[in-house]
Design a protein around this ligand. Structure first.
Ligand SMILES: Nc1ncnc2c1ncn2[C@@H]1O[C@H](COP(=O)(O)OP(=O)(O)OP(=O)(O)O)[C@@H](O)[C@H]1O
Ligand SMILES: [Mg+2]
Length: 278
């Protein structure tokens, strides 16, 4: 099989409905790519997220932590409209991607998701070959360029290429859990997103596979912006640049990771990070 040159230019954007040149939102820590503004989420009568405002800074890793049921996944999924089809879902407030409200009526949720990709807790490769998993998004988009090159570069960026380059036609379900998760990351990268949302991406992996995912995230932030939900406090402290602590749907504290974990300003944050609850 012909595979494109890995050194050539990165894949051209396949979908570019939201202009990249929209005026950036400046913040103390850098340029905010995504912003939640007074976001409240209901599922029917349940209020899952309460008036949260949060900025996601470009080329950084933002962690969202908090006890089970506090609204982490709900908030994360608001950033790429992944909750839209949940029965009873209702969002008040705004989610801005480069200044544009992704919930505005003219916005197409599918197109938003190409630019703001997602990786889930449990690796969920399609029951297809490794190659077809990565090629899936570009094919759906009708990509007419060097598909082999896109597949190779995506696998390289996900630090999986060397392990699978000789068996690209093998079923993805034959890979180990850690390899499957990196494949899912490669699949997300193949459509050239700008932001990657990760919901406990290492929760089902062993320590070595977890370490590889963490290492990978640190590398990916050079080219992408990452938001990660994690239950693992050490993981948030190791890899993230800023951390947001949620409790009962509220954002209790947010700030640079080094400060939040050593000098939290709220007693509830301190209690949580020192393991007193959750
Ligand atoms: N599809 C749904 N329908 C109704 N309520 C939901 C739905 N999904 C989540 N909730 C409720 O919203 C609240 C927040 O849930 P969410 O899954 O966002 O929490 P979480 O912080 O991600 O928890 P965990 O750490 O266990 O994954 C919870 O009270 C939950 O029961
Ligand atoms: Mg969750």
């Amino acid at each position: 099989m012909m595979i494109g040159d890995s050194q050539s230019a990165p894949p051209q954007s396949m979908i570019r409905v939201l202009p990249r040149e929209t005026a950036p939102m400046e913040h103390a820590g850098g340029e905010a790519v995504l912003e939640a503004k007074n976001v409240t989420v209901h599922y029917g009568h349940v209020t899952a997220v309460k008036c949260i405002s949060m900025s996601i800074i470009r080329h950084s890793i933002t962690a969202i932590i908090g006890p089970s049921g506090c609204g982490k996944s709900t908030l994360l999924r608001c950033f790429n409209r992944m909750n839209d089809l949940v029965p009873g879902f209702h969002l008040d407030g705004q989610v801005l991607y480069k200044g544009q409200d992704i919930y505005a009526t003219e916005m197409d949720a599918t197109e938003v998701r190409y630019q703001i990709g997602m990786v889930f807790q449990k690796p969920n490769p399609f029951p297809k070959s490794i190659y077809d998993n990565v090629a899936f998004g570009p094919r759906i988009n009708g990509y007419r360029g060097d598909l082999h090159g896109v597949v190779r570069r995506s696998l390289e960026r996900a630090a999986l290429w060397d392990e699978v380059k000789d068996r690209l036609r093998q079923n993805a379900l034959d890979l180990s859990g850690g390899q499957q998760q990196r494949l899912c990351i490669a699949r997300a990268l193949a459509v050239d997103p700008e932001v990657i949302l990760m919901d406990e991406p290492a929760a089902s992996l062993d320590p070595l596979a977890t370490y590889r995912i963490e290492e990978l995230m640190t590398e990916l932030k050079r080219d992408y912006t990452i938001v990660i939900v994690t239950h693992n406090m050490q993981q948030a402290a190791r890899i993230s640049d800023s951390t947001n602590f949620l409790l009962n749907g509220e954002l209790i504290e947010s700030g640079p990771t080094g400060i939040l974990f050593t000098r939290p300003s709220d007693k509830r944050t301190e209690d949580y990070i020192t393991g007193r609850f959750g």
